[in-house]
Structure formats: structure tokens, C-alpha cells
Design a binder for this molecule. Structure first.
Ligand SMILES: C[S@@+](CC[C@H](N)C(=O)[O-])C[C@H]1O[C@@H](n2cnc3c(N)ncnc32)[C@H](O)[C@@H]1O
Length: 298
């Protein structure tokens, strides 16, 4: 089988923010295909990687790619929100990376159902052990709940009419495929393709994906507890791909750096988020919405 293509986003920028030239442990919370980890291992022979991902297919591919680095790499099939429960010698941790959202490998695998551009089942689970697929939500959630998902997680103007159309369509037959959902969205949103305009199904798919994987819940707790576990000088870098996630990172950092609340826990290393250069966006259009923020434990 040929290896899936993957271009790590904001690679130089995130490794610079993590200051990866220091010997010690770097935790890659969202290993994906191991793009960032691979580069840390290449650049610093005294770096060790602890990698986490809840997608077993991704872990398997990353394991193969990182194999040449032998005992310098330890991987866990785990949600990063469970990081405090994993046995890690935090005193030796120099950096933690969370490159959130889905990987291009997930997006490009039709059977995973993440992309509206190809036909596939409405799955969208990152953790294949999970029970809730997008199809299940579209079948079982109330019309009100669906509208709320599309509004809150997709920031979609037509959230109510779309929820209504889904509730009426499923009375005849449950929605099963990505193309069926895409066609319904195009109908409700009166979609006419235009250069530079984002397809409304992108927002709908984003919203469903966030709900299926419960992506925002506990992100603030994860950031705070990880920063508390880091030794002084330890860095945390977070790459987000939509404003909902970025807002949580920004607010959590601001809270922990605020001198008026308590002695600050961190220094924020990015006054403004770092975004990809034009050259990176041209090379990898999927990097378009990425935002990188970083902090250092005091
Ligand atoms: C953007 S990709 C990471 C790509 C990686 N940095 C690379 O360069 O190959 C995000 C990865 O995070 C994983 N992921 C998303 N949410 C997660 C969570 N809560 N815990 C662990 N992994 C998660 C996804 O399965 C996906 O493989």
C-alpha cells in the first residue's frame, strides 16, 4: 500500500515555538502521520517523542514512519485529554504539541466520511472504537439539537432550515452517504459555486465532526492541566483550524498569564497567533485556516 501524503502545517514555526533543540521529551498529542514528530527527531538526536492519537490507523502509519528512531519513540492510542493519566516523566518534558482537528489522511480516506467532496459513509469518527457516527446523529438528534450543532459548531446561517430539511428527509429514509448530505445542503442553501466562496457543506461537515468527536469539550482543562504538569521552561504549542478552538486556546492562555488572578503560571510566547505564510498556503491550501499559539511554563 502506498503511504498517504501528508504535509505538516506550520512546521518550522511550531518547532521554533517548542524550542526543539533542547534534549529531553517532546509530547506530540496529535501524532497523525507523525510529520511534526519526525522532524523533531531528525533535528535533535537527543529528543525523545511520546506520541498520542486516538485514531488507530494513524498510529499504525506513524509507527512505521518513526520506526528508524527505535527506543526514542513511544506511542499511545489515546485521547490527549487523558494525558495526565499516562505515565510520563514530566520533569524531562521540554515541549508539548497539539495540532488539532483532522489529518489530511483522514480527510482523504473516503470510508472515514470526513469529506463532502468524495462519496463515503457518514462516519466522521476519529476514534474508530467510538459508537456515535455522523449518520447516527443525523438520524437520532432532535431538530432543535441539529440546528444548535450547525449554528454553534458550523456558524451556519441556515442552521434552522437545514435541521428542518434533515428531519423531514429522514422520515422517508435515513441519510447515509456524504454525497446525499452534500446534495441536501446545496438544496437548502441554494448553492451556486463561486470562485473563492466556501461550500456550505464544509461548515456542516465541520459542525458534525466536532459533535461526533466531542472536540471542544475539555480542551481548556487539557491545556491548563498540561501546562501545570510542565516543568519551568517547558513549552506548549497549539495549532487550531477554526475560531472556536482558537478562542479556547487564547482564553486559557490569557487566564493563566493574568497577574491579577494569581501568580501567573505561564508567559505567552505569541502575542498574536502565527499563521501560515502565503507560500505555505500556496503549497498546502489546507493550512489556510491554521493558527499557532504558544506558551512557556514559568
Ligand atoms: C492535524 S492532524 C495531526 C497531524 C500531525 N501533526 C502530522 O504532522 O502528521 C490531527 C490528529 O489528531 C488526532 N486527534 C484529534 N483529536 C484528538 C484527541 N482528542 N486525542 C488524540 N488525538 C486526536 C486526529 O486523529 C489526527 O490524526
Amino acid at each position: 500500500m502506498s503511504r498517504p501524503e501528508h504535509i505538516p502545517v506550520l512546521l518550522d514555526e511550531s518547532l521554533e515555538m517548542l524550542a526543539v533543540d533542547r534534549p529531553g521529551i517532546y509530547i506530540d498529542c496529535t501524532l497523525g502521520l507523525g510529520g511534526h514528530s519526525l522532524e523533531i527527531l531528525r533535528r535533535n538526536p537527543k529528543a525523545e517523542i511520546i506520541g498520542l492519537d486516538l485514531d488507530e490507523q494513524a498510529i499504525r502509519i506513524a509507527q512505521e514512519r518513526l520506526e528508524p528512531f527505535g527506543p526514542r519513540v513511544t506511542l499511545y492510542l489515546s485521547d490527549y485529554r487523558n494525558l495526565p493519566e499516562i505515565e510520563v516523566d514530566f520533569k524531562r518534558v521540554r515541549g508539548v504539541l497539539a495540532d488539532m482537528g483532522m489529518s489530511s489522511f483522514q480527510l482523504d480516506t473516503p470510508e472515514r466520511g470526513f469529506s463532502h467532496a468524495v462519496d463515503g459513509p457518514l462516519d466522521m469518527r476519529m476514534d474508530l472504537r467510538g459508537k456515535t457516527s455522523a449518520a447516527r446523529i443525523l438520524e437520532k438528534a432532535s431538530e432543535i439539537k441539529l440546528a444548535q450543532i450547525f449554528r454553534d459548531y458550523g456558524e451556519l446561517k441556515q442552521a434552522r432550515p437545514l435541521a428542518r430539511a434533515i428531519a423531514s428527509a429522514r422520515r422517508l429514509k435515513p441519510l447515509e452517504s456524504t454525497t446525499e448530505l452534500r446534495a441536501l445542503v446545496e438544496r437548502v442553501c441554494h448553492w451556486i459555486p463561486q470562485r473563492g466562496k466556501i461550500h456550505p457543506a464544509s461548515k456542516v461537515f465541520q459542525a458534525l465532526r466536532i459533535e461526533v468527536n466531542n472536540e471542544l469539550a475539555g480542551l481548556d482543562v487539557f491545556l491548563e492541566s498540561t501546562l501545570r504538569l510542565l516543568p519551568p521552561g517547558g513549552h506548549l504549542a497549539a495549532i487550531s483550524f477554526h475560531s472556536l478552538e482558537d478562542r479556547i486556546v487564547k482564553r486559557t492562555f490569557l487566564k493563566l498569564a493574568d497577574e491579577e488572578i494569581a501568580p501567573p503560571l505561564i508567559d505567552i510566547l505569541t502575542r498574536k497567533p502565527i499563521v501560515p505564510s502565503e507560500a505555505e498556503v500556496a503549497r498546502n491550501p489546507r493550512s489556510r485556516s491554521a493558527k499557532l499559539r504558544a506558551a512557556e511554563r514559568r
